[in-house]
Ligand binder design. Structure first.
Ligand code: SAH
Ligand code: SF4
Ligand code: F3S
Length: 483
C-alpha cells in the first residue's frame, strides 16, 4: 500500500481538512510516514499573507531535494489561487486541489497511485457546501485518529474536535484574499452538522469547535433548511456528552443580540470568544470595509460582558494598513486596552493580489509597520500577563489532554546543586512516581498543568475541578480540587 505524509499550513479549516484527508487515506489502507520516505506528499496551503505563501513554494523545493520520487498534492488556498500554474516549475506536483476540490482527494490519490503519469486538478467552486463523510465510523475501535500532519502537535486530537459548518466568505474585507481562495459563503445543513457533532461526542470527545470563516453569518446564504446561527447553537448545545462549545471565527458585525443571549443561556458555550477587531481607528475600519466602528465593537463587548460576566476576548489585529497614521495606530492600542484582550494574533499588513487594499495609495513603510507591531505586542504581553495573574485563586474546570514531561532526579545534571535541593528533588521524584503530571485547558483556553494521583485513574478527555495556584509566563499551574 502507498505511504503518505501531510504538511499543513494556515487556519483551523486547513487543519480540519488535512485530518479528514489523512483519515480517508488510512481508511483506504494507506500508511502515514515521514516526508523523506513517503510515496505521496500532501501539502495544505495558506495564502493569507505573503510569508505563508512563500513557505509553500520553498517547501516544494525542499521536497524535490529530499524525496525526488514522491508525487505531491497541493491543496488549499495557494492551490486555489495558483491552480495549474503550480505545474509549470514543479514537475513533482501531480495533483492540485482547490478549496471545494479537496473532497476529491481520496479518489484522485488512488488514480495517481495507479497511473503516476497523471496530472489532475479540481479547482471549481461548488454551489452547495461540499459535504463529506466524516470517516469516523471506520476508526470506531481506534483510540488515536490520524491527524493529517506529523508536524502538528497531537495534543487535543483525542479530546477536542473541529466541525466545519460553512465554507467561504462574502465579506471582501479590503485586505483579505480569503473570499477569492475559498469562494462564496455556503452553509452546511443543520442535520449534517448535528450528525457529525454526535459522531465526535460518541467517540468520547466533549469539546467541540464550530468552524467557519465568518461563522456567525451561518445560514445567511439561505442553505436548504434556512437555518439561523443561534438556532444551531441551541441545537448543538443539547447534544449528549457535550461539555464545551467554541465558535471560530465570529465577525463583530454579524454578532446579533440573540447570539449574545445564547452566551447568557448556554453554559456549555465557552466564556472565551475570538473576536477579530483588526484595527481601532474608525478611518481604517471604514477603509477595510469591516462594517463597524470602534464604538460598535465596544458596545458589543459590553453586551457580551453583561450577558456573561466571566467572558474573555481575544482578537486579530493588522498594523500598517495603507494610510494608517500614528494616531490611527494609537486608537488600536486604546481599544485593545478597553476591550482587555487576553491574547491577540497580530500581523503587519501584507499586500495580496487582487484585493482592494493592494490598489490603495499610501502604503506604509515596512520598518514603521514592524515598529508598530512590536509596540502592539508589548502591550499585548502586559495584558496577557495581567490576565494570567488574575486567574490565581480561581476554581475552574480543566480538560485533561496530555501527560506532560516532568524532570526526573536521575536527569539532574547540574552539579552545583545543594544537598538540600537534592533531598527535595528526590522526595519530589518519589511523590511523582505515584502521580501524573497532566497538561490541559480551562474553559478560557489557558494551558493548565497539574499533578494528579494515579489512584484516581483520570484519562485524557476527563474534566477535573481545579484551583489555579500559580501563573507562569504562558500557562497556569493548578491543583486538583477534591470536592
Ligand atoms: N475570517 C476571519 C479571518 C481570516 S484570516 C475574520 O474575518 O476575522 C486571519 C487573519 O489574518 C485576519 O483576521 C487578519 O487579521 C489577518 N489577515 C488577513 N489578510 C491579511 C493581510 N493581507 N495582511 C495582514 N494580515 C491579514
Ligand atoms: Fe477575510 Fe474579512 Fe472574510 Fe474574514 S470576514 S475571511 S477577514 S474577507
Ligand atoms: Fe489561510 Fe486560506 Fe485559512 S488563506 S487562513 S488557509 S482560509
Amino acid at each position: 500500500m502507498p505511504s503518505f505524509h501531510c504538511i499543513t499550513y494556515g487556519c483551523q479549516m486547513n487543519v480540519n481538512d488535512s485530518a479528514w484527508v489523512a483519515r480517508s487515506l488510512v481508511r483506504m489502507g494507506w500508511v502515514e510516514c515521514e516526508m523523506e520516505k513517503a510515496d505521496f506528499i500532501f501539502i495544505n496551503t495558506c495564502s493569507v499573507r505573503e510569508k505563508p505563501q512563500h513557505k509553500v513554494l520553498s517547501m516544494l523545493g525542499i521536497i524535490r531535494d529530499v524525496n525526488p520520487q514522491a508525487s505531491v498534492a497541493v491543496a488549499g488556498c495557494v492551490a486555489q489561487q495558483m491552480g495549474e500554474k503550480l505545474w509549470e516549475k514543479n514537475a513533482h506536483v501531480r495533483l492540485v486541489l482547490g478549496s471545494d476540490g479537496i473532497i476529491h482527494a481520496p479518489e484522485a490519490f488512488e488514480k495517481i497511485a495507479k497511473n503516476p503519469k497523471l496530472r489532475l486538478s479540481y479547482l471549481k467552486f461548488t454551489k452547495e457546501f461540499p459535504d463529506r463523510i466524516s470517516e469516523l465510523s471506520f476508526f470506531k475501535n481506534v483510540d488515536s485518529l490520524p491527524i493529517g500532519t506529523l508536524e502538528q502537535t497531537t495534543k487535543g486530537n483525542d479530546t477536542r474536535a473541529f466541525v466545519n459548518i460553512m465554507q467561504g466568505c462574502n465579506n471582501f474585507c479590503a485586505y483579505c484574499i480569503v473570499p477569492y481562495t475559498r469562494g462564496r459563503q455556503k452553509s452546511r445543513s443543520i442535520q449534517s452538522i448535528l450528525d457529525e457533532c454526535q459522531e465526535w461526542l460518541d467517540r468520547g470527545i466533549c469539546d467541540l469547535t464550530l468552524l467557519g470563516q465568518n461563522v456567525n453569518a451561518y445560514g445567511k446564504d439561505n442553505a436548504g433548511d434556512n437555518p439561523h446561527f443561534t438556532d444551531l447553537l441551541y441545537k448543538v448545545a443539547e447534544l449528549n456528552g457535550l461539555k464545551r462549545l467554541h465558535i471560530v471565527t465570529p465577525h463583530p458585525r454579524d454578532f446579533c443580540d440573540d447570539t449574545v443571549n445564547a452566551y447568557k443561556n448556554l453554559t456549555v458555550l465557552a466564556p472565551r470568544i475570538h473576536l477579530p477587531l483588526q484595527a481601532g481607528s474608525n478611518a481604517v475600519l471604514e477603509k477595510m470595509g469591516r462594517g463597524y466602528t470602534n464604538k460598535d465593537f465596544m458596545n458589543l463587548v459590553d453586551k457580551l460582558r453583561k450577558a456573561r460576566p466571566d467572558i474573555a476576548l481575544s482578537t486579530d489585529l493588522i498594523v500598517g494598513f495603507p494610510g494608517e497614521t500614528e494616531e490611527d495606530f494609537q486608537e488600536t492600542l486604546r481599544i485593545m486596552k478597553e476591550a482587555n484582550f487576553i491574547a491577540s494574533f497580530s500581523f503587519v499588513y501584507s499586500d495580496r493580489p487582487g484585493t482592494k487594499a493592494s490598489k490603495m495609495p499610501d502604503k506604509i513603510d515596512a520598518k514603521i509597520g514592524l515598529d508598530r507591531l512590536n509596540r502592539l505586542m508589548s502591550l499585548q504581553n502586559d495584558l496577557s500577563d495581567a490576565w494570567l495573574k488574575s486567574r490565581v485563586g480561581v476554581e475552574t474546570d480543566v480538560l485533561l489532554e496530555a501527560v506532560s514531561a516532568r524532570p526526573k532526579y536521575s536527569e539532574v545534571t547540574d552539579h552545583n546543586i545543594s544537598i538540600e535541593q537534592v533531598k527535595n528533588l528526590s522526595q519530589q521524584t518519589e511523590e511523582l512516581t505515584n502521580h501524573t503530571s497532566w497538561q490541559g485547558h480551562d474553559s478560557w483556553g489557558n494551558t493548565v498543568n497539574l499533578i494528579i494521583p494515579n489512584t484516581l485513574n483520570y484519562k485524557a478527555g476527563d474534566i477535573v475541578p481545579t484551583k489555579i495556584v500559580t501563573a507562569k509566563k504562558h500557562s497556569l499551574l493548578g491543583e486538583l480540587l477534591i470536592k
